[in-house]
Structure formats: structure tokens, C-alpha cells
Ligand binder design. Structure first.
Ligand code: SIN
Ligand code: FE
Length: 289
């Protein structure tokens, strides 16, 4: 368990000496913790650091590729300023993944950037939505057929408060533990969910199994408490990256984080055998998509 976190102390968002090891670590389900990157926040941006900036009707604040900001309240100036701060992070996160993981460069697509100003400890959510419980990311309405979810996070807390995660056991162990009890896949039900508009496209068996893992982990309080896990404080200013569809993670405390998601076709991994799709396919002996 102790080697789930790989520290990268290089002080730049880009590197000329990308190592295969970083990609291999990422694909093996490690979290890369960049300990020494700078993301200066000018004084006027400190106004954005309040939980009140989120529209209570939205879960998060997000900025899409065309610069549309959603989920924030405040006048035009505040919204424009917040959008610029988030865009600055997106630019840095893109530079980071393109440079540290150059083999993905031509294949990544960029999802919206999010800003999470809420205090984790006081959030009250249903067990399924509760990210304080260990889980792998899987989304009920958005089947992805094995496409990878690469996320870059930054703790932008201005008061030096760490963002504390738990990181759980490797994906292979989660599969062995929970897939034997998973509800069987029903193509008929997947079709009904699609027709009813519950899913944006047809839910594959892969997507079904990923949701089963997500829910089985979160539902099981004994697993939450007693399974192998590490507590990992990411100090203010830290940047970290992982495949969140593979790394078991839970966010326990902290406030003010930005996150950039990238999607990577599973066929463009360095080692396609390291993907959740391949691991689940090997375990079940079925194609799954
Ligand atoms: C999550 O991705 O589950 C939560 C991450 C965070 O809020 O730090
Ligand atoms: Fe998550």
C-alpha cells in the first residue's frame, strides 16, 4: 500500500525528461503527487474563495471548453474573473499531462474544468454521492465503454489547509472482492434505461460492472473502515494526477480544489492490459463492450 503515491518533486509544470516510469505508474493505478509546482493566485482572486460563490442548485462550478461558466453566482466581473482563474489552471494541467505523459498527447480530449469551493467535512450527501467513501469513478448516466478518466487536481486553499484523501487497495483487489457478488448485467434493462433517457447511450456490461464496483464499495461500511488504505494529505499548493476510474479514492477534508478531467481512449494507453476494461475482461472472461 505504501507505494500507491509517487512523489514528483520537479518544480515545473513541464519537463523535457519525461520518464516512461511516470506513465507506467499512472497506468498501474498510482497517484502522482507533484509537490513543488507553483500556481500563483493574485490578491483579487481571493474574493472567489468562499463557499457562497457556488450556486446552491449546482454540485460544482464548471468551465467548458468554450469558456462558459456554470454553477457560480456573482456579478459579471466575478464570473469572468473566476472563469479566467479556472482557465489558467486548465492551461497548466494540459501542459503538465502533455509533457509528463507525452505518449497520450495526440489522444486526450479535454472535459470541463471544475472548481470545488465547498468544505468537505460538512457536506451531507446520500451514500452513493458521498465522495468521503472510497470509490472508483463511474457515472450512471454516461456510459464510457472503457474510456479512461485522467484527472489532475490542485489544492488551491489560501489558508494552507491540506486536502486529505484516502487511497485504497489496487483495482485488481477491488475486482476480486466485489465482482463475484455483482448483480448480473441485463442488456434488456440497459436498453430500457437508454430509451427512458436515464443513460445518454446504451450502458455496456463494462459500464454496468464499474457502477457495481462504485456502489458496492460505497455501500459497505466495513470495507470503508477496514480495507487496506492510506491517508494522504495533499498540502495547499499540491497538484496530483491519477486515473480516477482505477484508483480507489475518498476525499475526507479540505476546501477549495480545482480539477481538470481528460478522457483517453483505452486503445491509446501505453499498456492497454493495465486498463480497468482489460482487468475486468480477464476476470470475467467476457468482452464487456
Ligand atoms: C472525488 O473525485 O471523488 C473527490 C475528489 C476531491 O474532492 O478531492
Ligand atoms: Fe471520485
Amino acid at each position: 500500500m505504501n507505494n500507491q503515491i509517487i512523489e514528483v518533486n520537479h518544480p515545473e509544470w513541464t519537463t523535457h525528461i519525461a520518464q516512461d516510469k511516470w506513465v507506467t505508474d499512472l497506468e498501474a493505478g498510482k497517484v502522482l503527487h507533484f509537490t513543488s509546482l507553483e500556481f500563483p493566485v493574485p490578491a483579487f482572486e481571493l474574493d472567489f474563495f468562499t463557499s457562497e460563490i457556488r450556486n446552491p442548485k449546482s454540485r460544482n462550478i464548471s468551465l467548458d471548453a468554450s469558456g462558459n461558466l456554470k454553477g457560480a453566482v456573482g456579478n459579471e466581473e466575478v464570473q469572468a474573473g473566476l472563469g479566467l482563474m479556472m482557465e489558467r489552471f486548465r492551461t497548466q494541467a494540459q501542459a503538465l499531462v502533455n509533457s509528463y505523459f507525452p505518449c497520450y498527447k495526440d489522444y486526450l480530449s479535454v472535459a470541463p474544468t471544475s472548481f470545488r469551493p465547498m468544505q468537505i467535512e460538512t457536506r451531507n450527501q446520500s451514500w452513493r454521492a458521498d465522495d468521503k467513501r472510497l470509490h472508483v469513478d463511474a457515472f450512471p448516466s454516461r456510459p464510457n465503454y472503457g474510456e479512461r478518466i485522467l484527472r489532475v487536481f490542485i489544492n488551491v486553499n489560501p489558508d494552507n489547509v491540506a486536502r486529505v484523501w484516502r487511497v485504497g487497495e489496487p483495482f485488481e483487489a477491488i475486482v476480486e472482492r466485489f465482482i463475484p457478488q455483482a448483480a448480473p448485467y441485463s442488456a434488456w434493462r440497459a436498453r430500457a434505461l437508454n430509451i427512458a433517457g436515464v443513460t445518454k447511450s446504451f450502458r455496456s456490461e463494462y459500464d454496468h460492472l464499474m457502477l457495481q464496483l462504485h456502489d458496492a464499495m460505497k455501500r459497505d461500511l466495513d470495507y470503508q473502515r477496514n480495507s487496506p488504505q492510506l491517508t494522504v494529505p495533499f498540502p495547499a499548493g499540491s497538484v496530483w494526477a491519477c486515473f480516477s476510474d482505477q484508483v480507489s479514492h475518498a476525499a475526507m477534508s479540505g476546501q477549495y480544489m480545482m480539477e481538470q478531467t481528460f478522457h483517453l481512449p483505452v486503445s491509446n494507453q501505453y499498456d492497454t492490459n493495465a486498463s480497468p476494461l482489460a482487468i475486468l475482461r480477464n476476470f470475467t472472461g467476457r468482452e464487456l463492450i
